[in-house]
Design a binder for this molecule. Structure first.
Ligand code: GLN
Length: 320
């Protein structure tokens, strides 16, 4: 009850204070000019349970952009529209071990099919599969975001412009995908949709709520309604577990043991599925949203990953 909640809050405050300094081991993403200007010492976390109860600490209300966390939403959107088989014909479900924006394997993996929807090549392809012209594509993905969070998505125009004008690598990837026939629309259209979804501004509470709904296989516990198809959510979670933390996904699975998706803005969306073991602190499951903008070479929040490792161990959260 209340006493347990207070104890949890105290612990969380203590751990956030303890791991905040880990940010010094990383730095804010600098290849997107607007992200460079963020205070790297922030660290915040929000945990939401199916009852709506929240356990929060640190800079949990700080805004940040979704970046790669949006890849989960666009994958879900594309699968809802086309069905899973159509999407998987155009993007594979294998981890790469390469950086999220890597180009190298696209040409090695004949005929150029992107390895998975959690890396840029795959996510740009997925964005191109959304129905209609760029405006409709965005509207379709935005509706999924709205269903999940209850709020209209707001694009941070500064971050979008900043990336739109500097996204040479993503443009290169997109042209390659167009050449090999995997892009189902024009290059600039797919890029605009992909980058606008990356630039949606959120806070850790919103991504914790999305995480919670994914933990419950698409069931929204506050609305008491199945809002997404179970199979689509399971696919998304499998990809989060195997590819969601990029080339550190194996380590994350080993040391934290939860499906998760990170973004270069320093956000991490993760979740604990219900009733996995008696010792778990969250037998009914929970969604977890984290924000810590200093990232490591793989593009994951340094303090965020450290904090999650600690929490997962202390509260016995691993799914394995
Ligand atoms: N918008 C970023 C990019 O395309 C997203 C990457 C990320 O969050 N890892 O480079």
């Amino acid at each position: 009850g209340t006493k347990q909640h207070v104890q949890r809050l105290e612990k969380l405050d203590q751990w956030v204070a303890e791991w905040r300094s880990d940010a010094e081991k990383g730095r804010c993403a600098s290849y997107i000019p607007a992200l460079k200007r963020v205070n790297p010492a922030q660290l915040g976390i929000c945990i939401i349970e199916p009852t709506g109860k929240m356990t929060v600490s640190g800079d949990w209300e700080a805004p940040f952009t979704l970046q790669s966390i949006s890849k989960v939403i666009s994958l879900i959107a594309a699968c809802c529209h086309h069905g899973i088989p159509y999407v998987l014909e155009r993007v594979d479900v294998e981890p790469t071990g390469d950086a999220f924006n890597s180009i190298i394997r696209l040409e090695m993996h004949k005929p150029g099919k992107p390895f998975n929807p959690m890396i840029n090549a795959g996510a740009i392809t997925v964005a191109s599969l959304l129905p209609g012209k760029s405006e409709q594509k965005l509207a379709y993905a935005n509706r999924i975001f709205q269903k999940l969070t209850g709020t209209l998505p707001l694009v941070n125009e500064e971050v979008f412009r900043s990336e739109w004008t500097t996204s040479h690598r993503n443009r290169a990837l997109s042209h390659y995908l167009k050449d090999t026939g995997f892009l189902e629309c024009e290059v600039e259209e797919a890029l605009e949709v992909y980058l606008k979804l990356c630039s949606i501004e959120v806070d850790s509470q919103q991504i914790a709520l999305i995480g919670l709904i994914l933990a419950l296989d698409g069931f929204h516990p506050l609305l008491q309604e199945q809002i997404l198809p179970k199979q689509v959510v399971r696919l998304a979670k499998a990809l989060m577990l195997t590819c969601g933390m990029y080339d550190a996904s194996g380590k994350f699975a080993a040391h934290v043991g939860l499906p998760a998706k990170s973004g270069v803005s320093g956000g991490i969306m993760t979740m604990v599925p219900p009733k996995q073991n008696a010792a778990s602190h969250f037998p009914d499951g929970c969604g977890i949203g984290l924000f810590g903008p200093a990232i490591d070479e793989c593009g994951n929040s340094v303090a965020g990953v450290s904090l999650l490792k600690h929490i997962a161990q202390e509260w016995d959260l691993s799914i394995f």
